[in-house]
Design a protein around this ligand. Structure first.
Ligand SMILES: Cc1ncc(COP(=O)(O)O)c(C=O)c1O
Length: 360
């Protein structure tokens, strides 16, 4: 475990804790934010076909071109990675010269873990519940030369305005925007992903990370990519192991970049928005519970007294939810809950309500 002593308080946060360790056979999984759905044929077919080509080393040219086309970027502005998780490591290793790395929390803990593993001293900016966990660019110190922010943010599900994130970009700074869940966002009347910066080439030092593991249920395949300035990417690529992205993962990247895949992704995001609205409507009737911010992704975070005990009680009753205490800026009174279909949500909320009402 990569622990981090919180300001000498003696309390150590496990930055290496992830929802998958909360799931075990027999539990209904509301802890991991990967979509549970059968793999579509247009994705399963190419992955299966790629298995006939495993004697050759992977060649990423076609997948890189497909991803570049999808985001209207040049080929040399795309680096494929073994999941977005590998991108954090490449950035942390290749940018060892950064003098003041800053991570905006609460957010996914791997960026900070990768930075610490690479020997960086990391400063945190903590967004506040009272502000709806919304980004205020003015909170990030001017001399921060490497900044990590998530959009939409895991675990709060908050979607920051692209314009507010853009305020963080400046010459002399690498600004990393983790858009692992951007494909889950939806806004009525907007055709594409609201607030994504993936297509922006005008912002100095902007690096956008993307994951294909969430919506497409490919967590075990390891496929993602980063989009960024052509003069920075070779440094990141140099830190990457040879042949880091396997042939089946490349086949998935090509399939997921197709126009049909993007249309399907938008439809999934619209359905998810309806399922999330259902979850929020049900949670509004749960006693003593507060939802973080304005959720916009595939999960919501909630605060309720004794959440750490409630989580254990939920496990006894068949549900795995994600603990909140390993996220800097949240704590033992927080849980993260995945958005699932309405029947799963209804049964879960009923159980949660019973657990809360039975507490002394
Ligand atoms: C916000 C966020 N970014 C990145 C990742 C890593 O995703 P991948 O599976 O692409 O490595 C995760 C995984 O949970 C995540 O929650």
């Amino acid at each position: 475990m990569l622990g981090h002593d919180e300001g000498g308080s003696g309390m150590t946060i496990d930055l290496g804790h992830h929802g998958d360790s909360e799931v075990r056979a027999g539990l209904i999984d509301l802890a991991v934010n990967v979509r549970h759905a059968p793999m579509p044929a247009w994705l399963a077919g190419p992955i299966a076909e790629s298995l006939t080509r495993l004697s050759a080393y992977p060649d990423d040219a076609e997948a890189t071109a497909a991803v570049a086309r999808r985001h209207r970027r040049d080929h040399d502005e795309v680096l494929l990675t073994a999941g977005a998780a590998q991108a954090f490591v490449l950035l942390a290793q290749a940018l060892r010269g950064a003098r003041r790395p800053v991570v905006v929390h609460p957010q996914f803990t791997e960026p900070e873990a990768a930075l610490r593993n690479a020997g960086h001293d990391v400063d945190r900016v903590l967004l506040r519940e009272a502000d709806g966990f919304r980004l205020d660019a003015a909170l990030v110190p001017d001399d921060a030369d490497l900044v990590f922010v998530g959009n939409p943010t895991n675990p709060t599900s908050v979607l920051h305005p692209a314009a507010e994130i853009a305020r963080l970009a400046r010459p002399g700074r690498v600004l990393v925007v983790d858009e692992a869940f951007a494909d889950t966002t939806h806004r009525a009347g907007v055709a594409g992903e609201p607030e994504s910066l993936a297509g922006r080439r005008d912002l100095p030092g902007l690096v956008v990370l993307r994951s294909l593991t969430k919506t497409w249920g490919l967590a075990g395949l390891r496929i993602g990519y980063l989009l960024g300035p052509a003069d920075l990417l070779p440094r990141l690529a140099a830190a990457q192991p040879l042949w880091a992205v396997s042939t089946p993962a490349l086949a998935a990247a090509i399939a997921c970049a197709s126009p049909d895949a993007i249309t399907a992704e938008r439809e999934i995001a619209a359905r998810l928005a309806a399922d999330r609205a259902h979850l929020l409507a049900r949670l509004a009737h749960v006693p003593k519970l507060t939802v973080a911010g304005a959720p916009a992704s595939a999960f919501v975070s909630v605060r309720l007294d004794g959440a750490d005990k409630i989580r254990l009680e939920l496990r006894e009753r068949g549900y795995a939810v994600r603990r909140g205490d390993t996220f800097p800026g949240l704590g033992a009174d927080w849980l993260r809950i995945a958005v699932r279909d309405t029947a799963t949500t209804d049964a879960f909320v009923e159980t949660l309500t019973t657990v809360i009402e039975e507490r002394p």
